[in-house]
Design a protein around this ligand. Structure first.
Ligand code: SAH
Length: 345
């Protein structure tokens, strides 16, 4: 049985498939529109296609909509955390957030993660598998169907390291911004990485106008290696120049994510080191008090400590925001997403 994942196919690929099936090429646009604009979840919904063609497509391809297995809605801010069951029984989580500028969805790029950051829940249990481009899209589609509201921003900041699933990520980004699909502006898409240098350099050559965020979390390699194992492979002296070339290629302001861990990376010395590391770069530092994850034992910097750290960076001329933490009461915040592999069917 051919298992072509139809949601991962681009429009030109779909045209070729339909041609091979002896169908008229316009059918491909029609199907693409149903799948990516109208976000049909099953062949039955695609009523403008003959039953015969739907049958043929169902035989040759697979169309899987993730199933919502649980939905938690934050009583504080309306953030919605979805637990999806994928067709093979794996689970992924995605988060929907409403801001005044529009709705944003945070998607997962892998089932689990193998980067091993010591403060992050998503990495517990390691990597199970990569998600396909279609599976990344389908998280957004399922949420749109559920909320009935348009998504305007997408962040690839859920479970997984997006650059560790490079080909599917780029396919996903192109399809997400395709005018024949959801047509989300590249400028409204952000990919966050823990710093895989070859991936950053490859991404620069894709000439996508997306925003890149680096999970920095420590301003020197010694500390970074302690909290992020990937830092043993790529040092800041490689990562920062790679980001600078990325900036040169697409002029998108870089974001540095910095989760403040009390008495670990929130010292005056760290602030000074961040300032010298980022000197001269057009960037934004996003501070976020580390979110508690039962297994980690890290404590967050106090609100006063966060403000003081922000001030220190600003003194050095660095743009700083303190991230508004959405969905904290439902474990929807950064680093709190995890796969639920204990659920039985
Ligand atoms: N692998 C990518 C994508 C994950 S994004 C990356 O590392 O960027 C999730 C963001 O939340 C990253 O910046 C990550 O470092 C951060 N994060 C993880 N655990 C956290 C926690 N417990 N508290 C706050 N931020 C956390």
């Amino acid at each position: 049985m051919n298992q072509t994942d139809i949601l991962s196919m681009t429009l030109p690929e779909l045209k070729t498939l339909l041609e091979e099936m002896g169908e008229k090429p316009y059918r491909a646009s029609q199907i693409y529109d149903w799948l990516h604009k109208k976000q049909a979840a099953s062949w039955d919904e695609i009523t403008t296609l003959s039953k015969a063609l739907r049958g043929k497509l169902a035989e040759q391809t697979c169309l899987h909509a993730p199933e919502i297995r649980s939905l938690q809605v934050s009583a504080i801010d309306g953030t919605r955390k979805y637990l999806f069951r994928m067709h093979d029984g794996n689970y992924v989580e995605s988060v929907w957030m409403s801001y005044h500028h529009g709705n944003s969805v945070c998607i997962s790029s892998q089932v689990g993660c193998r980067m091993g950051c010591t403060f992050c829940a998503s990495t517990i249990g390691g990597l199970t598998r990569n998600l396909t481009a279609g599976e990344m899209l389908s998280q957004i589609y399922a949420i749109t169907r559920d909320t009935g509201e348009r998504v305007s921003n997408v962040v690839v900041m859920g479970t997984g390291e997006p650059l560790d699933n490079y080909d599917s990520l780029v396919r996903f980004l192109r399809m997400l911004s395709d005018e024949n699909g959801l047509n989300i502006s590249e400028r409204n898409i952000t990919v966050s990485t823990c710093g895989l240098v070859p991936g950053i350099l490859r991404l620069k050559d894709e000439h996508l106008m997306i925003n890149l965020a680096l999970s920095l979390h420590a301003p020197n390699d010694e500390l970074r290696r302690r909290i992020m194992p990937i830092a043993r492979k790529y040092s800041l002296s490689e990562i920062i120049p790679a980001l600078k070339t990325y900036y040169k290629a697409n002029s998108r302001r870089l974001t540095f994510e910095y989760s403040l861990i009390r008495d670990t990376n929130d010292t005056d010395e760290c602030a000074a080191q961040i300032a010298s590391l980022l000197r001269g770069m057009n960037c934004l530092v996003n501070l976020i008090p580390v979110n508690p994850v039962t297994e980690t034992g890290y404590r967050e910097t106090t609100p006063a400590g966060v403000q003081a750290f922000k001030k220190k960076l600003e003194k050095h001329g660095i743009h700083v925001t303190i991230r508004r933490e959405l969905g904290r009461d439902i474990d929807g915040a950064c680093g709190q997403l995890r796969k639920r592999c204990t659920e039985t069917d």
